[in-house]
Design a protein around this ligand. Structure first.
Ligand code: SAH
Length: 350
């Protein structure tokens, strides 16, 4: 099985070379196969109009190109929102959330099993770090959402389990595969990578010069004192360093950095916090995404009410900030932000 071509980890360019090396076939055959798989979710013999894709060659091809089967072990709906749990080859599980929007669907994908950032308010953090996902396990989540469930996925957010920049190479390769126009064909500008703020890795990402990739920073605090309290990673990557890194990041001039801010009652939600936050970020183009603190297992923080959120949003707006409030969709199925990884704690909702 490991000698097979795992198409989910290959851009078309790489697939084409594999096809040439393994089967001695040219670019046109490779293009046909690649397109068919990403259009139909399988290599459908009858639908092929390419004459060289017949008979024994096709049998060989079908046997040699591996699309890892998704073992879905759990799925939960909250209205139209779906969370599905996939069991990986080594029996670890990951969670993925489909968030239907008005005109398209967004997929919230995982990049690691567990996470080593240790954010105090996050469920995934309590799993600890288990392992990085492979490129194919990352892109496979999109494949499953598209072809197993039939969703038209146009937006991807790396906001599921794990810290994407802590799995840099596989996440970067996954983005290359996801944006390949002959394959998944997801626009770079429809992908958001969310990070707890690993400054060295943000620097590495900058070197790739992908100005249309949206970058979200989970800042969650207006100053180092509060941030270090809730995000231990802040010791190694303090806020000033994050700001400096973003100042030289090659983001498209028409874009803003997304600043993710989990509003936690009594911790980071005062008027003073809002003013300090806006002031700190004033040299940067930013858009605030306010996320209500979703309570999972008890971490000693109080859940945020709608009123708390509105109050904090208004403080920011009074400082002329651009703010969006993230909805709490998925909360009851532990599918909301920061709740992935503990589905077994889920109260029954249906
Ligand atoms: N590690 C990455 C991506 C995963 S977390 C990151 O830190 O950005 C995705 C988002 O969920 C982050 O913005 C994080 O701050 C937020 N989050 C984590 N736990 C949460 C919780 N209990 N309630 C609400 N949002 C949470």
């Amino acid at each position: 099985m490991n000698n097979d071509i795992n198409i989910l980890e290959l851009t078309f360019e790489r697939f084409q070379h594999e096809m040439a090396d393994t089967y001695g076939r040219d670019r046109y055959v490779a293009a046909d196969v690649y397109r068919q798989i990403f259009k139909n979710g399988h290599l459908d013999i009858m639908k092929s109009r390419n004459r060289s894709l017949t008979g024994p060659f096709l049998d060989k091809l079908s046997a040699g190109i591996w699309i890892p089967p998704a073992r879905i072990v759990e799925e939960k709906y909250e209205d139209s929102l779906l969370k599905f749990v996939t069991r990986l080859e080594d029996d670890q599980t990951i969670e993925t959330v489909v968030i239907p929007m008005i005109s398209h669907n967004t997929l919230c994908i995982s990049s690691q099993v567990g996470c080593r950032m240790g954010c105090r308010f996050c469920e995934t953090a309590s799993l600890g770090f288990r392992r990085n996902l492979t490129t194919a396990e990352i892109t496979g989540q999109v494949f499953t959402a598209r072809f197993h469930y039939g969703y038209d996925i146009r937006n991807i957010v790396f906001m599921g389990m794990g810290e994407p920049l802590d799995n840099f190479d596989n996440v970067v390769q996954a983005i290359r595969v996801l944006t390949d126009p002959r394959g998944f064909d997801i626009a770079m500008s429809h992908i958001t990578l969310s990070t707890a703020g690993l400054t060295d890795k943000i620097g590495q990402l900058a070197e790739l010069n992908w100005p249309l990739l949206h970058l979200a920073i989970s800042l969650n605090a207006p100053n180092d004192r509060i941030r270090s309290l809730i995000m231990p990673i802040n010791q190694a990557h303090p806020m000033e360093k994050i700001r400096e890194t973003l100042l030289t990041y090659p983001l498209s001039r028409s874009f803003s950095f997304y600043i993710e801010y989990v509003v936690i009652k009594g911790i980071n939600d005062s008027e003073e916090n809002a003013f300090e936050l806006v002031d700190f970020l004033s040299p940067l183009p930013v858009w605030f995404n306010l996320i209500p603190y979703n309570k999972g297992s008890d971490k000693g923080f109080s859940p945020t009410t709608e009123d708390d959120m509105d109050r904090f949003r208004d403080y920011l707006i009074s400082q002329k900030a651009f703010v969006r409030k993230r909805s709490t969709r998925g909360k009851s199925i532990m599918g909301a932000c920061g709740q992935l990884g503990h589905s077994r704690l889920d109260p029954v909702i249906f």
